[in-house]
Write a protein that binds this ligand. Structure first.
Ligand code: DC
Length: 214
């Protein structure tokens, strides 16, 4: 079984998906982490597509979700922290707009979920990657609220964060994610929309758990 949560950056998808995974006994898959991991490869290849595609074919990427932590290992190195750094956030939308990169990620994600019952979060999971998902949710929240949440996460992670920079980054990413030609961020017709701006975290988790358990 696969349950998907799509939505813009900072709408609370990943924390919600992790809590739902725990409550419903599902594995959690963070598809954005995959785009972030291959962005590291793109940066290492100095933004040159030809060598990036070659390195991508040879890359060994693995994920694990244990104790509420989603870890990513790229070619033997744990890159869980590195993929959250600003340099990656600045370039990840560029990588996510490359059709070959999307095909690579989609094939991996479809294969990965064959091993069990998953809840995954992303941008195009309900529309493109898993159109037949058992349950589809689309989380939204006001931009300012999303920026505040993202900032809190970064500070808790020990990173430096400035509110205006975070707001700016989210605005740019919203624009790129929504306007790109390849698999833009769009709600699937059969997805349930949850606006998390003014409901509590526990409420949004309960709304999803109730649907899954019904
Ligand atoms: O969820 P996130 O912010 O970690 O995602 C990082 C980037 O990856 C985001 O800018 C959009 C892209 N992405 C995507 O295009 N499709 C997905 N299914 C997941 C993420």
């Amino acid at each position: 079984m696969i349950v998907v949560i799509d939505g813009p950056a900072g709408s609370g998808k990943s924390s919600t998906a992790k809590a739902v995974a725990k409550a419903c006994g599902l594995h959690y898959l963070d598809s954005g982490a995959f785009y972030r991991a291959i962005t590291l490869i793109y940066i290492e290849n100095e933004f040159k597509k030809n060598t990036f595609f070659e390195s991508l074919k040879q890359a060994n990427i693995s994920f694990a979700f244990e104790n509420n932590n989603f870890t990513v290992v790229l070619n033997g190195t744990d890159v869980t922290q590195q993929i959250r750094e600003s340099k990656v956030s600045e370039h990840v939308s560029e990588v996510a707009a490359i059709p070959e990169a999307r095909e690579f990620v989609n094939a991996y994600l479809r294969d990965f979920v064959k091993s069990g019952n998953f809840i995954a979060d992303g941008r195009d999971l309900g529309t493109i990657v898993f159109p037949d998902a058992r349950h589809k949710f689309f989380l939204v929240a006001d931009l300012e609220q999303r920026a505040q949440r993202r900032m809190k996460e970064m500070l808790e992670d020990g990173q430096r964060a400035n509110f205006d920079d975070v707001l700016n980054n989210l605005t740019q990413r919203d624009k790129k994610d929504t306007n790109r030609e390849e698999a833009p961020l769009v709600k699937a017709d059969d997805a349930i929309v949850i606006d998390t701006t003014s409901i509590s975290f526990d409420e949004q988790v309960a709304m999803i758990v109730d649907r899954i358990s019904a």
